[in-house]
Design a protein around this ligand. Structure first.
Ligand SMILES: [Zn+2]
Length: 569
């Protein structure tokens, strides 16, 4: 049976609901039927709402309050069914708006309600007067730019859906919270709304913590790629010697000449080469790095210049070499001294003519590539030894840049270590408390024969061996302490606490060897040394043998015997 309801809500008709309220202040409880209720200040709710909006944004806060109202609506639908079992459908339904009013949330004026539980048809228009949420907007949040009666709306949706046994959605078509004249709501079955799916999303709790974790990992991956880019761009360092290199590569980058990077192994030549590329006009072109020492000599030509099908056994397909792939970009040839004589000849031709041929091919191909070569051996020596072509050496050596070893820019070590720490912590998903002071001191004294690459490996080892939230100790960094690789610190006295709790200074063994040396150099005999020590101890002990024995770490009889023997007593 379809019921159409158009009259005004009769206020006195919900005594049955009012009777459900019990105040048991002695027990600290308020009941509505079987629901424990709270009497709560609207202003407190308002402050809470403002905090929610400010901390998680309007959309998320709206979801929270819609769901808050939703839970309450479900409970009240249950209560309505229980209290009005024999009433008309419409009277049972109206328990919802009445409960809303009874709780002090809003005065509901039904304008039109058409419902039929049997067929499931539902249509309702109502006005909300004196919504507590509008009041909150007025006092706490200011005018909103969308309807603001969120908890009320959640309540209406849940109550009606539960009542009708199907999903009914209410929307606020106008709201005083956003400056409209009235708060008006319209309710109909979900499928009659075009954006029902979108709206339903508000009712699904979407745990913010997941999103936070998500964002956190996004931030850390962005940060590490940013660091990578920065690292690629310039490498890391602030020392004067490193700055000098940076200025050099700035100049090199602008020009078109070949660059020759010199320096020990592990000083970061590829990072520098990439910097030259990225700071040049070719930055948008490819950067191709080749370690000439890592490719077998008989394959190096094919690798660099490509190969034509059938050129040799195994060459089943034509393929371009690294030079073709670096066209309009930069090629970085590390360990260039390892090139075979034939590869050297081809490289010279690229430098002179800007052309090459694939292995097994007769077609000449033009190529536009900037060459950055690197070596940790002396090319000049290789030329002298007949291992490297002199003409190629002169071609490559137009703009040499010497990259200092880590030990000559040791003041850069802390920021380099920090950089690698962050890198490996992200990689191993760990958080350490950084290097211990002792470990850092050890790093600063170490000679780093493997340079930055060695530092990178050492820090990786440290991160692997250190537990979460612990400090990286020197043992985690260095498995063994190769004494020869550490700079000697100047002799100084170490302070320690003695048995009596006094801070005393202890000379380094090196200080001991120092006086021993002067005794030997001055031709002082062992007997004379012993006699002098005993005499001095006897003086300090006021000729008391027991006391002098203690000073010298001997027993009294042992000292007495020696004193007699040397004729002091
Ligand atoms: Zn409103």
């Amino acid at each position: 049976m379809a019921i159409s309801y158009k009259p005004q809500l009769k206020h006195k008709e919900f005594q049955d609901l009012t009777d459900q309220i019990r105040f048991l202040s002695a027990e600290g409880k308020i009941w509505l039927g079987e629901q424990r209720m709270l009497l709560m200040a609207v202003s407190a709710m308002g402050a809470f709402r403002r905090e929610m909006v400010n901390s998680m944004g309007v959309e998320r806060a709206k979801g929270f309050f819609l769901r808050l109202g939703y839970q309450s609506g479900l409970k009240d639908a249950e209560l309505a069914r229980k209290l009005r079992p024999h009433c008309d459908e419409i009277d049972i339904f109206l328990a919802g708006p009445q409960l809303h009013a009874l709780k002090g949330m809003v005065n509901v004026i039904p304008i039109q309600v058409d419902l039929d539980q049997e067929t499931g048809s539902f249509y309702a228009e109502m006005e909300w007067v004196d919504s507590f949420e509008v009041e909150i907007c007025q006092t706490e949040l200011g005018k909103m730019d969308q309807p603001a009666c969120w908890a009320l709306l959640g309540y209406a949706c849940a109550y009606t859906s539960s009542f009708m046994g199907r999903e009914i959605i209410f929307r606020e078509t106008s709201c005083r919270g956003c400056g409209d004249e009235k708060c008006l709501i319209l309710g109909k079955p979900a499928e009659q709304w075009d954006d029902a799916k979108e709206f339903a999303r508000y009712f699904k709790a979407d745990p913010i913590i997941e999103e936070l974790y998500d964002l956190q990992s996004q931030v850390s991956s962005l940060r590490s790629s940013l660091e990578k880019q920065q690292g690629q761009y310039y490498g890391i360092g602030q020392s004067a010697s490193y700055n000098k290199v940076c200025k050099m590569i700035d100049k090199a980058a602008m020009g078109k000449v070949s660059v020759l990077l010199l320096g020990e192994t592990g000083v970061g030549k590829e990072v520098i080469a990439r910097s030259v590329h990225l700071r040049s006009e070719r930055a948008d072109g490819p950067f191709v790095a080749v370690n000439c020492a890592a490719i077998p000599p008989d394959l190096i030509e094919a690798e660099l210049f490509g190969v034509e099908k059938g050129a040799f056994t195994g060459a089943n397909q034509s393929r371009p070499g690294r030079f073709e792939r670096a066209h309009k970009g930069t090629i970085f040839l590390d360990e260039v001294v390892e090139l075979t004589p034939r590869a050297q000849a081809s490289l010279l031709r690229v430098l002179q003519e800007g052309e090459f041929e694939r292995v097994g091919d007769h077609q000449t191909r033009p190529v536009n590539v900037r060459i950055i070569a690197a070596t940790n051996e002396s090319l000049a020596e290789a030329v002298e030894a007949g291992k490297f072509r002199a003409d190629l050496y002169y071609r490559l050596n137009v703009f040499p840049v010497q990259i200092p070893p880590l030990r000559e820019r040791i003041e850069d070590l802390p920021i380099l270590a920090e950089h690698f720490l962050r890198k490996f912590e992200a990689e191993y998903n760990k958080h350490t408390l950084g290097l211990s002071d002792k470990a850092l001191e050890m790093c600063l004294r170490y000679r780093w024969p493997g340079n930055i690459r060695e530092l990178e490996n050492v820090i990786e080892r440290g991160v692997i061996l250190t537990d979460n939230n612990e400090t990286i100790s020197q043992d985690a960094l260095f498995a063994v302490f190769p004494d020869s690789e550490f700079h000697q610190t100047s002799p100084q006295s170490l302070e320690f606490i003695d048995d009596s709790g006094q801070v005393v200074a202890e000379d380094y063994p090196s200080a001991e060897s120092h006086w021993a040396e002067s005794i030997i150099c001055n031709n002082i005999s062992l007997d004379k040394v012993e006699a002098t020590l005993m005499q001095r101890a006897m003086e300090m002990a006021n000729q008391n043998v027991s006391e002098a024995a203690r000073i010298l770490g001997l027993t009294r009889p042992a000292l007495a015997y020696r004193l007699k023997k040397s004729g002091i007593l």
